[in-house]
Design a protein around this ligand. Structure first.
Ligand code: NI
Length: 170
């Protein structure tokens, strides 16, 4: 198990739609373990495979950041099939470090997915879990939270990142 570097805004891999998983082999198990280690080390509450440069439809979420093993969720080939309500909260991303912005997301999200052994699962997420599920599934589709911001909020973040990149600090 390894802690891997996290790709940042501007990296092409974050913009590519990930490929569905078809084989639940040892390389998938290693990928999942590396993702969990990388997420916990960051520290963060969610990570998508393309954030560590692997174009596979896999996300991990742990709102307890490693404190409670029962709260680790491994989502393989997740799909949102129902949403309810709306909520506005601050949101950030390990690929856009040090930036947060308020963003509207569904309050409840229902997801169908496979677990790390390929068994079908489903779950409702509410509040922060719903936000994390939406955020990570966006990643798997090549989308970042900044894309969902209104123009002026998005432009402000992008401008600051461009400035940092120019100074070699991104
Ligand atoms: Ni993110």
């Amino acid at each position: 198990m390894s802690v891997l570097p996290i790709r940042k805004f501007g990296d092409e891999e974050l913009r590519r739609r990930t490929e569905p998983v078809t084989s639940f082999d040892a390389s998938l198990q290693k990928l999942i373990d590396d993702m969990v280690d990388t997420m916990h080390a960051a520290p963060g509450i969610g990570l998508a495979a393309n954030q560590i440069g692997v174009s596979k439809r896999v996300a991990v979420i742990d709102l307890s950041v490693g404190k409670r093993p029962g709260e680790l969720h491994v989502l393989v080939n997740p799909q949102i099939d129902a949403v309810e309500g709306k909520m506005t909260e601050d949101e950030g991303c390990l690929s856009v470090p040090d930036f947060t912005e308020t963003l509207v997301r569904p309050e409840r999200v229902h997801v169908r997915f496979l677990d790390r052994n390929g068994e079908p699962r489903e779950m409702w997420g509410e509040g922060l879990m719903a936000r994390a599920m939406s955020h990570e599934i966006d990643h798997l589709d090549g989308q970042l939270f900044v894309d969902r911001l209104r123009g002026f909020k998005r432009d402000r973040i992008v401008r600051k990142i461009q400035k940092l990149a120019k100074a070699g600090m991104w």
